[in-house]
Design a protein around this ligand. Sequence first.
Ligand code: AMP
Ligand code: MG
Ligand code: MG
Length: 369
Amino acid sequence: MATNAALSSPLVLRILAASVNVSFKAGDIIRDIMKSGDLGIVEKGPKDLQTEADRAAQRCIIASLHKQFPKVAIFGEEQLDPSDQIPDDYVCKELAPDVLAHPCPDCYRDVQDEQIVIWVDPLDGTAEFTQGLLDHVTVLIGIAINGEAKAGVVYQPYYNYEQGDDAKLGRCIWGLVGLGSFGFEPKLPPADRHLITTTRSHSDWIVTSAVHACGPRGPSGDPEEGIVRVGGAGHKVLLIIEGKAHAYVFASKGCKKWDTCAPEAVLTAIGGRLTDICGNPILYHSEVQRKNLGGVLATVADHAWYTGKMTDEIKQGFESDKVSEKMKEWKLKQAQKEAEINAGQGDAMPDKNFEGSSVDPLPNDSPKL
Ligand code: AMP
Ligand code: MG
Ligand code: MG
């Protein structure tokens, strides 16, 4: 039964409270499916996997939010059959009281259903989920108002999983621009190094060039030690807000609106920024192109410094033939290297920084910026 406080709260706060609540259930579903051992993996495209956990978590989140907010547009990453049976216990109708306990910033008081779009990534970091890198996984529910990421939930179902069997798994980080973000301890990154986080499974020549253009630097001064290659857009933004990286740099069209809406809102609510790599805002209207065609750049501070490091070659690299040629060359060299390693002829053992990862390190002879 909804309380009076719940019923009288502004729509945006109620949607956020429902999203926080349903993220816990989605986390339970994801953990149960992993425990069952039957992931039901489907290949949606090259390097693009879907598991039963992605499907089931999306059914739960969308059914729950749609039931409570039938006039609000909701987009989920997974293409599912609308006639799928949804178990009754997947439909959550409670609102998280700790969200409703906060005052709603005045600017949201009159926001109506038609102004809102909800972007759902039921399981961000699927590749890592299937590989057992469980802390890379997040559930993302982003709430856009008039096309801007304003509220978001980033639920990490395996937070604490390395602390032993007794540890309580999972945590929920949520934020509302104008109110703040909650569920974590904000920290500044270390000053004696420059840590850039990026993809570990969707790298290419431009992605790697853009990271190097920002001057990553580990404690010994080594650029490679300053690159934090991990999975998931949600997870990378968590690294930034918790001081484990200075910037998230992804010069690729691979990320979609459901990957960035929730993390952007959480980051913006603490004063950070998430844009394309040129600093242009990412928009989240319902009719918008799903792909983030200009890439992703997220920072807590000094955003303009990073956009300034993106050379024309990188910026145009998304489209230009010249760079495509370089990309082809680079891919060919990578394939040759891999073939040599597989045939046991190569002396190029993967660097320790890439252990357990399918990432393509920047080759020594790749074009310098
Ligand atoms: P990553 O940093 O590689 O984990 O990517 C962050 C998010 O963007 C994940 O949801 C990925 O599935 C998605 N993504 C990035 N690049 C691609 C790509 N080339 N194809 C499909 N999905 C991608
Ligand atoms: Mg994703
Ligand atoms: Mg996903």
